[in-house]
Design a protein around this ligand. Structure first.
Ligand code: MN
Length: 251
């Protein structure tokens, strides 16, 4: 089995090293193609208006000066054009990708891109607390176990699997929950500051840890309660119920 590993935190991020180790436990044919720099919140953007460069670090390790989507695209169509991967793993992200995080996330986007090419993909993210102490071993141990099951059972085409590990040591994880995507009550911070020449500038802050009240059965609740959250996502964004009544109202 050929596995491609990517992420949105960049080729040197600690999480991608964790995921690489997990992947090597599953296969001898592991390739890493990841962004040169931090690309969190890059979403599913593809670089169209400037050239992309591939930096070969070693035979199976490449960095791209672009987005996570660019990385998967170049891996599929250039680096691994003669033998596309059987599985794409994205992450392990530095921080959770729950609720509508998934719409901003470059980690999810790398998995989306693979899914669009018909290759099964899993996005993995590690939650962390205020102290920013990362329990990477939680992602490593539980990720290895979960991926074995996922690979064995398989899942439908055009569906990607979003996995979030809770902010606890591996031994304290309460189990695995398969849950739907939640929705945060958006409470983003926007900082306004003044540069040395007196001009204002703005900095979008990280979303605050959201309340999980009213989020029963969601990824957010599961992670907050110490479970590994597994959520299948798909690329069809159609809202079925609205489709039906809108059709009746408009057609
Ligand atoms: Mn990230």
């Amino acid at each position: 089995m050929r596995i491609l590993v990517s992420n949105d935190d960049g080729i040197d991020a600690p999480g991608i090293k964790v995921l690489e180790r997990v992947a090597r436990g599953l296969s001898d044919d592991v390739w890493v193609v990841a962004p040169e720099t931090q690309q969190s919140a890059a979403s599913h953007s593809l670089t169209l208006h400037r050239p992309l460069r591939i930096r070969r670090i070693s035979k199976r390790r490449h960095a791209v000066n672009g987005t996570p989507t660019d990385c998967v695209f170049l891996a599929f169509n250039k680096i691994l054009a003669d033998g596309r991967p059987d599985l794409v793993l994205s992450g392990v992200n530095d921080g959770p990708n729950v609720g509508e995080d998934v719409t901003y996330s470059g980690t999810i986007a790398a998995a989306m891109e693979a899914t669009l090419f018909g290759v099964p993909a899993v996005a993995l993210s590690q939650a962390y607390g205020d102290g920013r102490r990362h329990h990477w071993a939680t992602a490593e141990q539980w990720g290895a176990r979960l991926l074995r099951t996922l690979i064995e059972r398989g899942w439908p085409e055009r569906v990607l699997i979003n996995v979030n590990f809770p902010d606890v040591v591996a031994a304290d994880v309460r189990g695995i929950r398969v849950v739907r995507q939640g929705l945060h009550a958006l409470d983003d911070t926007l900082e306004e500051r003044v540069d040395p020449r007196g001009g204002p500038y703005y900095w979008i802050g990280a979303p605050l840890a959201a309340s999980v009240s009213g989020q029963r059965g969601t990824d957010m609740e599961a992670v907050a309660e110490g479970y590994v959250a597994v959520t299948p996502l798909h690329m069809d964004l159609t809202h079925r119920r609205t489709l039906t009544w809108l059709r009746e109202a408009i057609e």
